[in-house]
Design a protein around this ligand. Structure first.
Ligand code: DQA
Length: 147
């Protein structure tokens, strides 16, 4: 069975393309999903895709990784900076993941420079726009192959 990678997206990412384009660019989440799925196919991995604006749904999606996904690419959006519940879910399932962000969170407001998830991640990709997803996918797939 090919490895399964879950891509999880948090709040407001459904508005990509129209939301603060000077920060996040003009590419929609649907376009990022298409490109990510294509890349996954080329890498020989299966990929699932979730976007939710609700913290509890993100927690449940993370809980659902156990026994189903070999790895994950996670853009928890604002929950990155605020959610102990998301952190606890990641601690509970212990599925390897790469944290991704379109913008460079370290070049932004102080409250965005802190991630409650990053120390649990295999690695973090931040600041490459939609390419962050491709780099994150390649990162997690490479990590799983090397293991
Ligand atoms: C983001 C960065 C977060 O600070 C912000 O809350 C987002 C998007 C990014 O991809 O750059 O919603 O995760």
């Amino acid at each position: 069975m090919p490895p399964h990678i879950a891509v999880l997206n948090g709040p407001n990412l459904n508005l990509l393309g129209e939301r603060e384009p000077e920060v996040y660019g003009r590419t929609s989440l649907a376009e990022i999903e298409r490109a990510t799925r294509e890349r996954a196919r080329a890498l020989g991995v299966e990929c699932s895709w979730v976007q939710t604006n609700h913290e509890g749904e993100l927690v449940e999606a993370i809980q659902g990784l156990k026994g189903r996904s070999d790895g994950a690419v996670i853009n928890a959006a604002a929950f990155t900076h605020t959610s102990l519940a998301v952190r606890d879910a990641l601690l509970a399932v212990r599925v390897p993941f790469v944290e991704v962000h379109l913008s460079n969170i370290f070049a932004r407001e102080p409250e965005r420079r802190r991630s409650l998830l990053a120390d649990l991640a295999v690695g973090v990709v931040t600041g490459f726009g939609p390419e962050s997803y491709r780099l994150g996918l390649e990162g997690i797939v490479g990590y799983l192959k090397a293991r």
